[in-house]
Design a protein around this ligand. Structure first.
Ligand code: ATP
Ligand code: MG
Length: 642
């Protein structure tokens, strides 16, 4: 290798002294006779400390025995284990610490004696970075394996390289089925066809459509169904080739929730609209019914004419019923919720249902033991159940079974996911089931809309379920419909449970006396609608009262000042133009004339109650539309109060 021996010697020495790797020479007994500076740095020994020692001092104790054995085997049988081959072993430093090293051993003869040359390469650094890499990789692995979102890796040709468990759940494929396949497998038409074009385009022009940006796309499951998903794609390089990482977030739930929200908002808007109409309608009906009532009375002697008048009254009453339902739908009816035992209530309806429904309808009632108490308006609940039962009957033209079931129900956060408007908690549910025609999805989606009906003109107003909906919502409950065409329908009413409350006695008052009480006191009538005002005045006068009239709050106040304590009772509309409403007027009247009685009236029961209610005012409220008998009764009641 070198031309001149002395030169050779110097060069070799320089090499050994400066080389980065450790160089060590031992004899066949394992005694060290050379230890270069790199070895000194590696092991922390100075050369003098090691030379003449057995090389074992550079090995951790557990390997000492092995080393002796090894040298012996070699001497006796010539068996080589590491000679000529490098291998990874553990070195021991002077301070007792150990480190990983790569050891390659060569064998040479020197003066007839075998010597061994060891080259030692420190592996500490490499080991460390290997471990870091490994840790990073396993951490990444864990992230990908446990991620809730789908993670998918595809190569530049669109072949799937990785498919995490979340993807398996989302798409219904196992990773083995997908890996190696083209990612198109997971896309429905037409994306399926477009995808190749897209990748090719990207390869040629570098034009990016979705890379780096998330977007909403449609995924296709193994069973062929599709679902909305948010896909964000990142690009990386693996051995010079681009690879794509897709993160897939399932949007099914979110979509459903937002659809539900839109639906709820729509109902809200329609409710406001119809509530407004119902309010104005009440005024008109008050006039129609009231005047007809008076006329009918005057026509007692002319039954031939009276029947027409009674026809008007009946139609008016039907109209009033309609507006009442609309008000119920728009959640503006006045409710009187009490703690109710729904088992009792449902059982109590059995006879009514038997009488009301056709004979070919079997009625089954299944009551849950230990049912929680519900908090709702009992009369309205009965009317809701009756409505549902009538719908059930209509859906079973050839007869069938109507089943009423009571249950305790817990609506939790999970349930809330699909129904963001529901407050989680304990509910009492009343299920009304029929085995009738059922509904298509299109019908089901619209049943709560007011005036939506599939029934013939004159058969259905389309307000039954609207009313149920409004009532239940106003009661802080929830309605759900399960229906399949041909299989039947279940409507489930959820009413908030009133836990820890004792069962009170159900209060069933209703129906007023037939005789209209009369009087001779003075009534101040304040009403802005001239028709209603005319009706009220006529009615009161026909009952014997003396009437003073005002057409708004200001005028009412003037009349109060003018007539002072001649006025016994103030009968005022609540909502009036001109800035002075019924409540304020009542307040001023009580100041001016402390003993005055007050009767307020409104076609907008709940809103006027909640928005303006003055607890300090002692008053009664009469809801529009009211009949002569209602007015007569309430006026008398108020006047007779102590
Ligand atoms: N149990 C049921 N089975 C099948 N379809 C039903 C059922 N209940 C309601 N529907 C459908 O929903 C529509 C709306 O019902 P809803 O009670 O609001 O109005 P209606 O019964 O048509 O009229 P109304 O109740 O005002 O007399 C019905 O026309 C019918 O198509
Ligand atoms: Mg109905």
């Amino acid at each position: 290798m070198f031309r001149d021996d002395s030169q050779n010697e110097i060069r070799l020495r320089t090499l050994v002294e400066t080389v980065v790797d450790g160089v060590i020479l031992i004899d066949s007994q394992g005694i060290v006779f050379m230890f270069n500076p790199a070895c000194e740095r590696l092991f922390g020994y100075r050369a003098e400390e090691v030379i003449g020692q057995n090389v074992k001092i550079l090995m951790p104790t557990p390997f000492h025995e092995e080393h002796d054995q090894y040298l012996r085997n070699y001497r006796e049988g010539g068996e080589r284990k590491i000679i000529g081959i490098g291998r990874e072993v553990v070195g021991r430093r002077k301070d007792g610490s150990t480190f990983p090293m790569d050891l390659s051993v060569g064998e040479a003869k020197q003066a007839g004696q075998t010597i061994f040359v060891g080259i030692i390469h420190d592996l500490t650094e490499r080991k460390h970075s290997e471990r870091v890499l490994l840790e990073t990789a396993s951490r990444l692995q864990a992230v990908v394996e446990t991620a809730v979102d789908g993670v998918i890796l595809i190569d530049a040709r669109g072949r799937v390289q990785m498919f995490n468990p979340a993807c398996e759940r989302l798409f219904g494929y196992s990773s083995e089925e997908v890996i190696g396949q083209n990612v198109k497998l997971l896309m429905p038409s037409p994306f399926h066809e477009e995808h190749d074009q897209y990748l090719a385009n990207y390869r040629e022009t570098g034009e990016r459509k979705i890379i780096g940006i998330g977007r909403e796309v449609v995924g296709r499951r193994k069973n062929g169904t599709t679902f909305p998903m948010d896909l964000s794609v990142g690009e990386a390089r693996q051995e010079g080739e681009p690879i794509f990482v897709g993160i897939i977030h399932d949007l099914t739930e979110r979509k459903r929730t937002s659809e539900q929200l839109v639906q709820a908002q729509k109902m809200e808007t329609v409710g406001q609209l119809s509530g407004g109409i119902a309010h104005d309608f009440n005024n008109l009906l008050t006039v129609i019914i009231g005047n007809s009532d008076i006329l009918s009375e005057k026509l007692k002697a002319r039954p031939d004419l009276k029947q027409y008048c009674d026809g008007v009254i009946n139609a008016g009453m039907r109209g009033a019923e309609l507006t009442r339902r609309l008000l119920a739908f728009s959640r503006r009816q006045e409710l009187q919720p009490t703690v109710i035992n729904c088992n009792q209530l449902v059982e109590g309806m059995r006879v009514l249902l038997q009488r009301t429904l056709r004979e070919d309808i079997d009625i089954r009632i299944v009551l849950r033991q230990q049912l929680m108490m519900a908090y709702a308006d009992a009369a309205q609940l009965e009317s809701a159940i009756l409505n549902l039962s009538l719908n059930a009957q209509d859906a079973m033209p050839l007869g069938g079974t109507l089943t009423l079931i009571t249950e305790n129900a817990l609506l939790d956060e999970r349930y809330q996911d699909g129904h963001p408007e529901v407050t989680p908690g304990g509910y009492v549910s009343i299920n009304v089931t029929d085995d009738g025609t059922g509904m298509t999805a299109e019908v089901k989606a619209r049943v709560f809309e007011p005036f939506f009906t599939t029934k013939d003109v004159g058969k259905g107003s389309g307000l039954g379920l609207s009313m149920v909906y409004g009532f239940i919502k106003q009661s802080n409950g929830h309605v759900a419909i399960y229906s399949e065409p041909g299989l039947g329908t279940t409507v489930r009413l959820y009413l908030p449970a009133a836990k820890n409350l004792r069962e009170p006695v159900l209060d069933h008052t209703g129906g007023g006396p037939e005789l209209e009480p009369r009087g001779a006191e003075t009534v101040l009538v304040i009403e802005d609608d001239s028709f209603v005002r005319g009706y009220a005045v006529g009615t009161l006068e026909s009952l014997g009262y003396r009437v003073i009239v005002a057409s708004d709050g200001r005028e009412g106040l003037d009349k109060l000042g003018q007539y002072g304590n001649q006025i016994d009772v103030l009968f005022s509309d609540i909502v009036m133009p001109g800035g002075l409403g019924g409540w304020e007027l009542a307040e001023r009247a009580q100041e001016l004339q402390p003993g005055v009685r007050i009767l307020l009236t409104s076609g907008y029961p709940l809103e006027t109650m909640t928005a303006n209610f003055r607890p300090n005012i002692k008053s009664a409220i009469l809801h529009k539309p009211y009949r002569k008998s209602d007015l007569a009764l309430r006026i008398r009641e108020i006047l007779d109060q102590k």
